[in-house]
Write a protein that binds this ligand. Structure first.
Ligand SMILES: Nc1nc2c(c(=O)[nH]1)N[C@H]1C(S)=C(S)[C@@H](COP(=O)(O)OP(=O)(O)OC[C@H]3O[C@@H](n4cnc5c(=O)[nH]c(N)nc54)[C@H](O)[C@@H]3O)O[C@H]1N2
Ligand SMILES: Nc1nc2c(c(=O)[nH]1)N[C@H]1C(S)=C(S)[C@@H](COP(=O)(O)OP(=O)(O)OC[C@H]3O[C@@H](n4cnc5c(=O)[nH]c(N)nc54)[C@H](O)[C@@H]3O)O[C@H]1N2
Ligand SMILES: [Mo]
Length: 765
């Protein structure tokens, strides 16, 4: 067939409306309703026995870790399984008994499938055998595992330079798989290892490394229980980290206070019922947030600056608000910061923040008296042009209060994917870590490349410009997760070969390179057997704790393989058995991988005893108050600019957020129960006064357009919904709105796309 053959595939799928229903937003999260909802999902997807069996073992000490978020498990073994509605949904989605293989793909072409929505694609179920989409064809067909490895090896060997290959990782992979994958990319000769964290908490990593010397959070789960104040900023735990609500509830029962900083009043922060104990099923539930500060989108810096200015004014009276002893001993930049705070006009900061002065004063009074303060945050802070600065500003608050490195205080970036933190720890990174490279050379016997590779936006650009020709993904859905969907699609289609190691069908399987491979793998809940023995993997949770995870369900098919097996067999094929690493044995025996991890990655100690039960903590310099790697050996206070938005009169600031029925690009259902939206995802949350000013009525249909550098990008057909959101701000779901995000606009230094602050205009249809 002609080599210029382009498949006629859609990046948007069907955009017809369903029959939308609206209700009042629900203020009470979780509780009995949550569990009922969870069970409804799992029974439908997996059948009764399979789901009960699985749910009972999820997050138990001898079971498997929830495949949903990275929130840690309580350290004492719980009698009742610790899981939440969305964890149960994630499990049901992975353990579904619907399967697709050769027959399915013979019947449906990629062109036809691409006309469906992401929701419909996911519903088809698990992929159960390796498939290839040959050049010039629109149907996937079966291929053997060995032929797949041969195909990838041949394409890799054809490249002019190893840097024409890209190896993406999504954060669900185990430490074992991620380690092998990262070492294979390096052994092949490239640091092109973009990962989902580039689109996620990279801003946190950069900000925390600069200020505190480690790109991870500092608290442990139990620190939350007795914190005096917990700030939850830019995060929607009721939907995305429901088990965090149990920890906040414990904190409140111990007398702690919670401040929520968010443009939206998210359910769960306002009222929470804990389904894990009886009271939650029947009682009135717990009000979690004592103070809610409805900050305007991307105006956290002016808000926090104003709080700091007010705290500094109180401190000037008796020197008893900031922790001066702590500042003297451990912190650099105090005088400079205080002088900088004097240069702002409080009135301007107040109006930029959009919050009432009274509410801010309430927060200031609370913070003034307390020092056991934890700040928790997620995407609401990281996905802005100034994402790194946002986080540094919150770190300023913690440092001034001496709320770092002591019990019940510190930083808590709440991670997304269940092992995104572990993947980075064991070597998935586009940048060069000299120490790691030295240990690789010493213990693995080869010299890793020393040039920085592509991160996510770098990878998108390289593919678009034709500089990268082989694109392999260990999990994820790169096309829909990345910004600028159209640009990303063109890039992916420029590749000669795209390879997806996946569990379920998604659009990155349909919009592909000339040749595409679909390599199906186990989910976390499935039994990984080798020679009659059950194998386990390890993962690292959001708080730096490493523990084992062991699946228990029968795998979706006997033709699928574990991720470590796939990578090891590929590497063995590629190197033809001639490499300093014995790839074949590593794939067969995870203990050997763990031995290598322990040698190469600082702090890992994966002996059976250590990683069993609740596992062990990786070293964390902040917990030890050791800032020796930072300038002058001190934690750094920083000066962060106030973001200037300069919106035109017809422009709004749009944040792209998650509904209650999705896990990133995997759409479980069409409802966003807590926000009262049913049966539709193409909706736009808008302030009622803004609607009036723009002559828009409830359920009017609009096109959303962004214009950056003279280029217009449009997301078509969204229904407007009046919602309690600051004036000038809008909210809509990702990934439908990713077409609006320009590929070349991202956070300074972390390069996280600006998914939470996109300037847009609206056009009524
Ligand atoms: N069920 C479920 N669980 C998940 C996921 C999922 O999709 N579904 N995804 C996982 C992943 S990978 C991640 S990274 C996390 C994401 O977890 P979250 O970050 O909670 O997810 P988002 O829906 O992006 O929510 C961002 C929140 O920030 C607020 N926000 C937006 N802009 C601003 C701002 O400028 N300032 C402040 N203060 N707030 C702002 C929004 O109103 C919203 O409440 O969840 C993880 N867990
Ligand atoms: N506009 C906008 N864009 C965003 C965000 C946003 O808030 N707004 N959030 C960003 C964030 S925080 C993130 S983390 C990224 C997420 O980006 P990704 O991690 O790339 O996307 P996911 O949707 O989590 O990937 C889902 C796919 O992973 C595969 N999968 C699931 N489980 C497994 C497994 O165990 N192994 C393997 N090999 N595959 C598996 C399935 O095939 C599934 O279709 O998206 C980012 N994109
Ligand atoms: Mo994420």
């Amino acid at each position: 067939m002609a080599s210029n053959f382009r498949r006629n595939v859609s990046i948007r799928g069907n955009q017809n409306f369903s029959d939308i229903k609206l209700k009042e937003p629900v203020r009470i999260a979780a509780g009995a309703l949550g569990v009922k909802e969870a069970l409804r999902h799992s029974f439908k997807e997996m059948g009764v026995v399979r789901s009960m069996n699985a749910l009972l073992h999820m997050n138990q000490q001898d079971g498997f870790s929830c495949p949903s978020c990275a929130w840690p498990d309580p350290e004492r073994p719980s009698k009742v399984a610790e899981y939440c509605e969305n964890g149960a949904k994630a499990l049901a989605d992975e353990a579904t008994t619907s399967h697709i293989g050769a027959d399915f793909f013979a019947k449906h072409s990629v062109e036809e499938l691409s006309q469906l929505t992401d929701y419909e694609l996911n519903k088809f179920g698990r992929i159960i055998e390796p498939m290839v989409l040959k050049e010039g064809s629109v149907h996937y067909e079966p291929i053997s595992w060995q032929e797949s490895y041969n195909l990838i090896s041949n394409e890799l060997k054809k490249l002019d330079s190893p840097d024409a290959a890209i190896f993406y990782t999504s954060g669900r992979s185990s430490n074992e798989a991620a380690f092998l994958y990262g070492m294979f990319a390096r052994a092949f000769g490239t640091n092109n290892m973009p990962d989902c964290s580039n689109m996620c908490h990279e801003s946190s990593g950069v900000a925390l490394s600069e200020t505190l010397g480690i790109g991870k959070g500092s608290i442990k789960l139990k620190d939350l229980y007795e914190a005096e104040v917990v700030i939850v900023a830019g995060q929607n735990p009721g939907t995305n980290h429901p088990r965090m609500l149990s920890a906040l509830e414990k904190c409140k029962q111990n007398g702690g206070k919670v401040i929520s900083i968010n443009p939206l009043m998210e359910s769960g922060l306002v009222n929470f019922k804990n389904p894990q104990h009886l009271k939650g099923w029947i009682g009135p539930g717990e009000d979690i947030a004592d103070i809610h500060l409805p900050v305007r989108i991307n105006q956290d810096i002016p808000l926090i600056k104003l709080i700091l200015i007010k705290l500094a004014a109180l401190d000037a009276i008796k020197n008893d608000i900031f922790d001066h002893e702590f500042l003297k001993t451990y912190v650099a930049g105090y005088e400079t910061l205080l002088n900088d705070l004097k240069t702002y006009d409080e009135k301007v900061l107040l109006s930029q923040s959009g919050v009432d002065l009274e509410q801010i004063n309430e927060a200031v009074n609370l913070l003034a008296k307390k020092s056991k303060i934890v700040v928790c945050w997620a995407m609401g802070l990281t996905q802005h042009k100034n994402g790194v600065e946002n986080i540094r500003e919150y770190v300023n608050l913690l440092l001034l209060k001496g709320a770092i490195g002591k019990p019940n205080a510190g930083t808590c970036p709440v991670r997304g994917h269940s092992n995104v933190q572990g993947d980075r720890s064991v070597g998935i990174m586009h940048f060069v870590n000299k120490e790691l490279n030295e240990r690789i050379e010493e213990h693995l016997g080869f010299a890793p490349p020393s040039e920085e590779g592509y991160d996510t936006v770098g990878a998108m650009k390289a593919m678009y410009e034709g500089k990268a020709k082989v694109f392999m993904c260990l999990g994820g859905n790169f096309l829909m997760a990345a910004s600028d969907t159209e640009y990303t699609a063109k890039g992916i289609q420029n590749c000669d070969l795209t390879v997806q190691v996946s569990t379920k069908l998604n659009r990155t399987h349909l919009v592909t390179g000339k040749t595409a491979l679909l390599l199906p793998t186990y989910g976390r809940s499935e039994k990984d057997m080798k020679d009659g023995k059950l194998r386990h993997i390890t993962i690292e949770n959001s708080m730096g704790q490493v523990r084992q995870s062991r699946g228990l369900l029968k795998p979706a098919s006997d033709k699928i393989k574990s991720e470590p097996d796939i990578i090891a067999e590929l590497a063995h094929t590629f190197f033809e058995g001639k490499h300093s690493m014995d790839w074949k044995s590593l794939g067969e025996n995870y203990e050997l991988i763990r031995e290598k991890i322990d040698q190469v990655v600082k702090g890992f100690s994966n002996t059976e005893k250590q990683s069993k039960g609740s596992g062990y903590y990786l070293p964390n310099n902040v917990r030890e108050l050791d800032f020796s790697k930072l300038p002058n050996g001190k934690a750094q206070l920083t000066i962060n600019k106030v973001p200037q938005h300069s919106l035109n009169s017809d422009e709004y600031m749009l944040m792209t957020i998650r509904s209650h029925d999705q896990f990133n690009t995997t759409i479980y259902g069409l409802d966003d129960r807590y926000r009262g939206v049913y049966n539709e995802r193409r909706v736009l949350f808008m302030n009622p006064e803004d609607m009036k000013a723009a002559s828009l009525k409830k359920l009017d249909v609009v096109d959303i357009t962004s214009k950056y550098d003279g280029v217009e990008r449009t997301a078509h057909k969204f229904k407007v919904i009046p919602y309690s959101i600051p004036k000038g701000d809008l909210g809509a779901y990702f990934p439908e709105t990713n077409v609006l995000i320009p590929y070349n606009h991202f956070a300074d230094r972390s390069k996280t796309p600006i998914s939470k602050s996109i300037k847009v205009t609206l056009k009524k249809l």
